[in-house]
Design a protein around this ligand. Structure first.
Ligand SMILES: [Mg+2]
Length: 292
């Protein structure tokens, strides 16, 4: 694939300011235009939100790395979530739910069966980057982690995806990472001898010849199948980035138009999962950030 200009990842909103809102039973909802609203509220009292330093400590405990250093100078850029952490147990539990659904829950329709997987914090764990960036996403430093292929697999997911591939599922990755990051993303997910090789199977080549790793094209280069009113048409007309829900659901619709049945869709963000075109969705745990 030709090198493309770097596509800036959408600004993300740290969960540090919204966790308490979620605990107050407010939920993210889709809004006009396909963007998702951030579930939040205006605290009347300081006690209604978790102290930021305490919250950072709680999240470190969840990932089983209570003493991990933060900041690019002091952090461990190769740190993985602890295997015995509650995060690892929760992620592996979702992966096991997925395996059960793919092997026994699904009723065959006659279409070719497929699964769709997000990348960051669905198949690859970015816990090291959260610590190194002190939960402040920066396209430059994040891009270096991507290029260096530093992200380990999310616990439980490699076994689930390999089993699905063995059972005849097309394996399709769908990420908001930009096209310029496609080669490094593929290498980190699979095996290229650079940095981490997470051990996922190669993405399936689809029946129209497309590779099964969908990275997000730059504005101005969206494929024609996204240029529909219900997907990225309005964004294409306006010359702006297509919101995640509309972009990802538009790609899933395209995959199903090719004759695949998306039996399971796995993501860590609600914006990975909303918009239909999957029989069942699986939400991976991620207390670190919220992507509308
Ligand atoms: Mg993700």
């Amino acid at each position: 694939m030709l090198p493309r200009p770097r596509f800036a990842r959408p600004t993300r909103v740290t969960t540090l300011i919204v966790v308490t809102a979620l605990s107050l039973s407010m939920t993210a909802v889709a809004v006009a235009g396909g963007a998702m609203s951030v579930p939040t509220f205006v605290p009347k009292m300081a006690d209604q939100v978790t102290n930021l330093d305490i919250l950072r400590s709680q999240i470190k405990n969840y990932y089983g790395t209570p003493t991990a250093a933060t900041g690019m100078t002091n952090c461990n850029k190769n740190l993985a979530p602890a295997a015995d952490s509650n995060y690892s147990a929760e992620a592996a539990g979702v992966a096991a739910d997925g395996s059960r659904w793919l092997s026994t829950g699904w009723r065959p329709t006659g279409a070719a069966k497929a699964i769709v997987l997000d990348v960051d914090d669905t198949t690859l764990a970015t816990w090291n980057y959260e610590l190194c960036s002190n939960w402040a996403f920066d396209p430059g430093t994040n891009g270096q982690f991507v290029t260096d292929q530093r992200f380990p697999a999310v616990p439980g997911m490699v076994a689930m995806v390999n089993q699905a591939a063995e059972n005849g599922y097309a394996i399709i990755f769908l990420t908001g990472r930009g096209q310029s990051q496609e080669a490094a993303t593929l290498g980190n997910l699979t095996h290229d001898g650079i940095g981490v090789d997470a051990g996922y199977p190669n993405p399936t080549t689809l029946n129209d010849g497309e590779d099964g790793l969908f990275t997000k094209p730059p504005v101005g280069s969206y494929p024609a199948y996204l240029n529909k009113p219900q997907f990225c048409g309005p964004s294409i007309t306006a010359g702006v980035s297509c919101p995640t829900v509309l972009y990802k659901s538009g790609v899933r619709a395209h995959i199903e138009d090719l004759g695949y049945e998306i039996v399971g869709n796995f993501g860590d963000q609600f914006s990975d999962l909303k918009g239909g075109f999957a029989d069942k969705t699986f939400k991976m745990p991620n207390p670190n950030y919220f992507l509308p």
